[in-house]
Design a protein. Structure first.
Length: 52
């Protein structure tokens, strides 16, 4: 019975999982933003190159 209480009483694993999920969501948002920005930046460089 003590081992069961010890497992359910430990919140460190749940906190680590929550931090992992937050980090994953931030990574997905960053990748999405960088892809969008990268496409716009590439178009800008193409326009500059063509005008030169």
């Amino acid at each position: 019975m003590r081992s069961v209480r010890k497992i359910f009483g430990d919140n460190k694993a749940a906190t680590a999982i929550e931090y992992g999920l937050i980090a994953a969501l931030i990574a997905v948002a960053a990748i999405t933003a960088m892809k969008s920005l990268g496409g716009r930046l590439q178009n800008t460089f193409y326009k500059v190159s063509n005008n030169l």
